[in-house]
Design a protein around this ligand. Structure first.
Ligand SMILES: CC(C)(COP(=O)(O)OP(=O)(O)OC[C@H]1O[C@@H](n2cnc3c(N)ncnc32)[C@H](O)[C@@H]1OP(=O)(O)O)[C@@H](O)C(=O)NCCC(=O)NCCSC(=O)CC(=O)O
Length: 467
């Protein structure tokens, strides 16, 4: 049976057992009460109710996937691209006409990006002429520091890793990105490796899906998921405005996440995977063509973002949010939303009744605010996404981990609280991860990471002076 179907059947069964036990207990209680039986008989339904959660926990224990820890690369500050310098750089590059520079200037200055985002070395040259070797070096700079930090934090050796998944949408070298990592870290000869390419900014969640499926069939294993985007290969030097947008948003970054299915890891892991929902609309022509890599009229390759992207985002997000809401929201909120829908009053349920923290796609202020509005969340829920974009730009599939690191650095994520990481990207796809925090992050841990030297300056934004 397909794993997703098996999971669905399993959770439906648990829900059915829940309802059945509740119904049985109420019936027995009523019967005992109406027939005035001995009060000790009340113990039976009561113990059923008490034993149920323990039974459920026992049934699902061997299926849990834990997120032990994660790390994000902090690009070296020598690669910074402060906005005034960047704008000058764009005109000095001599590859863009004045109209293209003016367009990128407008997009960058209104995007909500700050002065500390980083470009890879190849793009600091005038004119940029990224070679294959430049891209390989960028992979090293984005992924190696994150994985080194993760292994150091978790006291694991590279030889402890059983599964390795690497996400990078735009750069697909041979030997593969996962081979590059195995080579650098001298991993075992039986490590199961996967490289995900062409799957866009939502591939961070796809990588987690691949890893968690493998963890369902390989007992007592450790899986590492690495995510990055290589800018050297994605840079566009033409005049097509639809392709210039990515030059404006994408910046250096990379993340490493350690997952395991070892039961004992529950004691020291940070999160437990509660739900993973993937949806896509590649079946629909309009959606499929809304974000696509292609050549322009002059034969220069770039990634086009069409004007209908926001509509497509809304449609893709809707199907994904419905699936997440169905499985996560409390019955009370589902009922309230159902009634509001009947009265044509609410566009979305209140996800805050089930999920406290949110990581949104780092697509610039305009798109992030639309997504926040669509999900009916407030400024505080959008803050990690907006601030990550301000400090680091769009790092594609890695962005969601910088956002989680932001919340941890702020000391916001407490034990028992849930985090929703939402990835959206080409395909088009919308993928959601819902995590439950197993332990609050210690102050010492929170001080480290990509935000260590700047968290005190955030949030910044409208009404406040930018950095
Ligand atoms: C382009 C936007 C800033 C437009 O925002 P707004 O609608 O608020 O602003 P606006 O309408 O005033 O538009 C500002 C200027 O941009 C122009 N404009 C808007 N959309 C455009 C498009 N798709 N192509 C070319 N130009 C465009 C407008 O005509 C206007 O120019 P003028 O002022 O001259 O009239 C926004 O939609 C945006 O940020 N989109 C990109 C989102 C993104 O990066 N997603 C990441 C996907 S990455 C991805 O998908 C990759 C992957 O997964 O692999």
């Amino acid at each position: 049976m397909d794993i997703a179907l098996r999971d669905h059947v399993f959770s439906s069964l648990l829900q059915f057992i829940d309802l059945f036990t509740l119904f049985l207990s109420i019936s027995i209680e009523s019967y005992i009460f109406l027939h005035k039986w001995n009060p000790t008989y009340h113990l039976f339904p009561m113990s059923c109710m008490l034993l149920l959660p323990a039974l459920q926990r026992l049934l699902s224990m061997h299926r849990q996937v834990y997120l032990v820890d994660f790390s994000c690369t902090k690009p070296p500050s020598r690669f910074r691209a402060p906005i005034p310098l960047l704008l000058e750089h764009l005109s000095l590059m001599k590859v863009f006409d004045d109209a293209s520079v003016a367009f990128m200037t407008k997009i960058i200055t209104t995007s909500g990006m700050g002065d500390e985002t980083c470009f890879p070395p190849s793009l600091h040259y005038i004119p940029p002429s990224p070679t294959h070797q430049d891209c390989i070096e960028e992979v090293h700079m984005d992924l190696f520091p994150a994985l080194e930090d993760l292994l150091a934090k978790t006291n694991l050796s590279p030889r402890d890793i059983d599964v390795l998944v690497v996400n990078c949408s735009g750069f697909c070298p041979s030997p593969s990105l996962s081979s590059i990592v195995v080579h650098r870290f001298a991993m075992r000869d039986d490590v199961k490796t996967f490289t995900i390419s062409g799957m866009g900014c939502s591939a961070g969640a796809i990588g987690i899906d691949v890893a968690q499926r493998l963890l369902k069939v390989h007992r007592r294993s450790y899986a590492v998921v690495l995510s990055t985007e290589i800018m050297s290969t994605g840079w566009y030097s033409g005049r097509d405005r639809r392709k210039l947008l990515l030059n404006c948003y994408f910046r250096m970054g990379g993340s490493a996440v350690l997952l395991t299915n070892r039961r004992e890891a529950k004691g020291w892991s940070k999160y437990r995977l509660v739900r993973l929902v993937r949806t896509q609309r590649a079946f629909d022509d309009k959606s499929y063509l809304s974000a696509i890599r292609e050549e322009d009229s002059e034969g220069i390759t770039g990634f086009s973002i069409e004007r209908n992207l926001l509509t497509v985002v809304a449609e893709t997000l809707r199907s994904n949010a419905v699936a997440v809401g169905t499985s996560i929201l409390p019955l009370r909120e589902k009922l309230r939303y159902g009634v509001m829908r009947l009265c044509n009053k609410a566009a979305a349920p209140d996800f805050r009744t089930a999920i406290k923290h949110y990581c949104f796609p780092s697509s610039g202020k305009a798109v992030m605010k639309e997504i926040g509005k669509g999900l009916r969340v407030g400024e505080r829920e959008m803050e990690p996404g907006l601030m990550t974009f301000h400090r680091f730009g769009n790092q594609s599939s890695a962005s969601m981990w910088y956002q989680l690191a932001y919340m941890e650095a702020k000391g916001r994520v407490e034990r028992g609280e849930r985090v929703w990481q939402l990835g959206m990207g080409t395909g088009p796809k919308c993928n959601s991860l819902v995590w439950e925090c197993l332990r609050g992050v210690m102050a010492k841990e929170a001080e480290k990471g990509p935000w260590e030297d700047c968290i005190h300056r955030y949030p910044v934004g409208e009404g406040q002076e930018d950095l």
